[in-house]
Write a protein that binds this ligand. Structure first.
Ligand code: CO8
Length: 260
């Protein structure tokens, strides 16, 4: 992690943290080392009050080609069952209260597609290709892909991707509601950072509460979700930032949010 030689390179752009997957020789496949580096970075950045949004990116040609197939090839069922940490990347993503943006250029396949889907928003280069090709290897997605795809693009379309392994290009992903925006091939990272900056300028506690409220929509029936939103709204009303936000509006000036 960190430094130009590590599997995960970390940069800071003011209140935005950028995590770049860096295993070009394996198309950014999610090796245990890379997954562990991501878990560590997500937990640490989530505790850092100076970080208001996290962007996860690959390089121009690859976001991530999924689990490391060479390592998958070596694994047997007993190895999987004895490895309680196997799911820890997905748990670390789910635990992260800071808004997460995936910046995808090139391939986001298998676990790479699932990593993008586990983020809160996706900015895609026009070169991006998404897919769950696990079926071609004789397995199925194991990082949340079947569940998240069905929720995001609907059962029939998720079924087609999971059962055929077909890749979908960026414009189709946009039409399906899978990505937030598709941008020019030379702008993908800058546009993702810009979206992150626009989140980072808002009140950080409200951003976390808003994230939590929207995610609850996948977990709860409507009446419970509305009740949950109400509680989170009341919490937001109790913040100093709320006073600053309403006062700044009335005084016709920019708010200065402090995350309190
Ligand atoms: N794992 C390990 N090595 C990989 C992977 C991978 N997923 N993808 C590519 N590589 C390696 C290749 O073996 C090759 O190595 P070498 O140079 O030593 O021969 C090198 O990267 C370049 O690969 P290609 O020549 O194939 O490169 P291309 O640019 O022609 O194609 C693709 C790039 C389209 C990304 C292609 O490599 C590909 O299809 N890769 C496999 C994608 C795939 O099937 N992904 C699903 C993996 S299974 C999975 O993700 C299950 C998730 C379960 C939970 C996740 C836990 C993390």
């Amino acid at each position: 992690m960190g430094g130009s030689g590590g599997v995960l390179i970390e940069e800071r752009h003011d209140a935005v943290a950028l995590l770049r997957l860096n295993r070009p020789e394996a198309r950014n496949a999610l090796s245990p080392e890379l997954r562990a580096a991501l878990c560590e970075a997500l937990a640490r950045l989530d505790r850092d009050q100076g970080v208001r949004c996290i962007v996860i990116a690959g390089d121009d040609e690859h976001f991530a080609a999924g689990a490391d197939i060479a390592q998958l090839n070596e694994r047997e069922l007993p190895d999987l069952l004895q490895e309680p940490g196997g799911a820890s990347l997905w748990d670390a993503l789910a635990r992260c209260r800071t808004p997460l943006i995936a910046a995808v250029s090139g391939y986001a396949l298998g676990g790479g597609c699932e990593l993008a889907l586990a983020c809160d928003m996706i900015v895609a280069s026009e070169t991006a290709q998404f897919g769950q090709p696990e079926i071609r290897l004789g397995i199925i997605p194991g990082g949340g892909g079947t569940q998240r795809l069905a929720r995001v693009i609907g059962k029939q379309r998720a079924m087609e991707l999971v059962l055929t392994g077909r890749r979908i290009p960026a414009d189709e992903a946009y039409a399906l509601g899978f990505v937030n925006r598709v941008v020019a091939a030379d702008r993908w990272l800058e546009e993702a950072l810009e979206l992150a900056r626009s989140v980072a300028r808002r009140a950080p506690l409200a951003a976390r509460l808003g994230k939590q409220a929207v995610l609850a929509a996948d977990e709860m029936p409507l009446s419970a979700g509305l009740e949950h939103e109400r509680r989170l709204f009341e919490l937001a009303m109790a913040t100093e930032d709320r006073r600053e936000g309403t006062r700044a509006f009335l005084e016709k000036r920019r708010p200065e949010f402090r995350g309190r």
